[in-house]
Design a protein around this ligand. Sequence first.
Ligand code: SF4
Length: 115
Amino acid sequence: MFEKGHKPPPCKKRKVAAMTSFQKLVEKKYGIDRDEQITRRLEQIPIKYRGTYKKAIARRSMRAAVNSQCLECVGHQRREVSFCTDLGCPLYLYRPYQKRTNKDDMPSDAGPDAD
Ligand code: SF4
């Protein structure tokens, strides 16, 4: 695979290269333009959350990816992420904005104990 004396790239770089070629394959096979999709998505994201999204898609932060996904899931309403009730979601325990100031902050239709 590699010529004699050629040092293979570090593992992380190989993984990135593999992802890139896979992305190219998907783009070619299904006629999808990633940049176009990203641009369209960015247009729907409120300006204050665009930085997080850009950081996520540039693979610079897993935290940014989780935050961005949760925000998108609830229509970019930060408070809604905090009150997410989908306990079965794989991101539930990792979602951002979990700290609440007090229980009175809960929505009135928050469950069986709600009045
Ligand atoms: S944890 Fe909640 S807000 Fe985040 S992706 Fe899952 S369902 Fe959506």
